[in-house]
Design a protein around this ligand. Structure first.
Ligand code: PMP
Ligand code: GLU
Length: 394
């Protein structure tokens, strides 16, 4: 009998985590790798949040929390949704999970039946397609290009809808393109959905605060979308808390209850100390983390400026998150230092081997003409990395 299930054998490895592991491995072999592959802030978690965690340990928070999160954490999330997104939720609509990744995994599990289609505007975050496939759903990719700032148009959305469409999953600010949907753009997509009342939207807003245009719009803000939107968020990015593993959703009650039931069988709830610390993080004014956003913007400008000097790198101007997603298809069919580049994976591997710079190929994000460069790294690292890339491709 086969040892491993078809389910796991058919699942792709997370490309972001695989590249990070490869970079780590090469570093232990003594190679001077600059890692621009992982979407992970290079800042420390702010001290006031760390203090809250230490206090929670002293206060003997060591038991299981409610499966869907501490009541006062849910209250902090409700206040945050109201303050930042003008969204009103009841405690029964909130579920705290082990990272936004688990929030998304829950949604995929509780919402998808065999053959249900989920529309993914490309490029999309790497794990979406596999979470959907894991639950017998079918990802339906909607291709976009730099010409529309990598955003899906209402016409494209409508053309992708079939009687089997169950959901649309997207992130804004987008990982990996950095694109930010304006309120008007979201309204135009919502107008299409008005004709299809059974389609749900998963709005991944984990980069909400890492936004250089200053205004973040949530699609659930539209009254006609509220009852059919699951808003996903978390603390990994804005508060530099990736390893603390806390994410959450605001959702229609039935869906929240189902996610609660799901994680009751899988994790029993998120880590109690991290949950206590997140209460402090979310209750703080978002301006307390503005220093990180300001620095990301400086780096965004730096990366764009440096990349513009390299032949064959075409970029949009990302308005949020901390990634650029250059189209590098110019190099396809070309041979560099004896190595032929046929696709984004070849190109990303070439940069790793020849420039010692880790990036992620765009195929895993549904766009095979691009690579993703994370600028969650110091300015010195960015300057050195792009210098090396430039040398390797000239
Ligand atoms: N959504 C997007 C778009 C992301 O980039 C990430 C990155 N980790 C996640 C969700 C998951 O975040 P986490 O599990 O760390 O909360
Ligand atoms: N979201 C980050 C990224 O895209 C972290 C890696 C992951 O969670 O897959 O790089």
């Amino acid at each position: 009998m086969q040892l491993l299930s078809d389910r796991i054998l058919n699942m792709a490895t997370s490309a972001t985590l695989a590249m990070a592991a490869k970079a780590r491995e090469l570093r232990t072999e003594g190679k001077d790798i600059i890692g621009l592959s992982l979407g992970e802030p290079d800042f420390n978690t702010p001290d006031f949040i760390k203090e809250a965690a230490i206090q929670a340990i002293h206060d003997n928070y060591n038991s299981y929390s409610p499966v869907d999160g501490y009541v006062d954490l849910k209250e902090a999330i409700i206040t945050k949704f109201k303050r930042d997104n003008k969204l009103t939720y009841k405690p029964s609509q909130i579920v705290v999970s082990t990272g936004a990744k688990q929030s998304l995994a829950n949604i995929a599990a509780v919402m998808t039946n065999m053959g249900d289609e989920v529309i993914l505007p490309c490029p999309y975050w790497v794990s979406y397609a596999d979470l959907i496939k894991l639950n017998d759903g079918i990802p339906v990719e909607v291709k976009t290009t730099i010409a529309t700032d990598f955003k899906m148009t209402p016409e494209q959305l409508e053309a992708a809808i079939t009687p089997k469409t169950k959901m649309i999953w997207f992130s804004s600010p987008c990982n990996p393109s950095g694109s930010v949907y304006s309120k008007e753009e979201l309204r135009a997509l919502a107008d299409v959905l008005l004709k299809y009342p059974n389609i749900y939207v998963v709005s991944d807003e984990i980069y909400e605060h890492i936004n250089f245009v200053g205004s973040h719009a949530s699609i659930a803000q539209f009254e006609d979308m509220y009852d059919r939107t699951i808003t996903v968020n978390g603390v990994s990015k804005a508060f530099a808390m990736t390893g603390w593993r806390i994410g959450y959703i605001g959702a229609p009650e039935k869906i929240a209850r189902a996610c609660n039931k799901m994680q009751g069988q899988i994790t029993s709830g998120a880590n109690c100390i991290a949950q206590r610390a997140v209460i402090t993080a979310l209750n703080a004014d978002p301006s307390t983390v503005k220093y990180m956003i300001d620095e990301f913007k400086v780096r965004r400008d730096l990366v764009l400026d440096l990349l513009s000097t390299i032949e064959g790198f075409k970029t949009n101007v990302p308005e949020g998150a901390f990634y650029v997603f250059p189209n590098i298809s110019y190099y396809y069919g070309k041979t560099l230092r004896g190595k032929t580049i046929n696709n984004a994976s070849d190109f990303s591997m070439y940069l790793l081997e020849e420039a010692l710079v880790a990036t992620v190929d765009g195929e895993s994000f549904g766009n095979p003409d691009c690579i993703r460069i994370s600028y969650a790294a110091s300015q010195e690292q960015i300057i050195e990395a792009i210098k090396r890339i430039k040398e390797a491709v000239s």
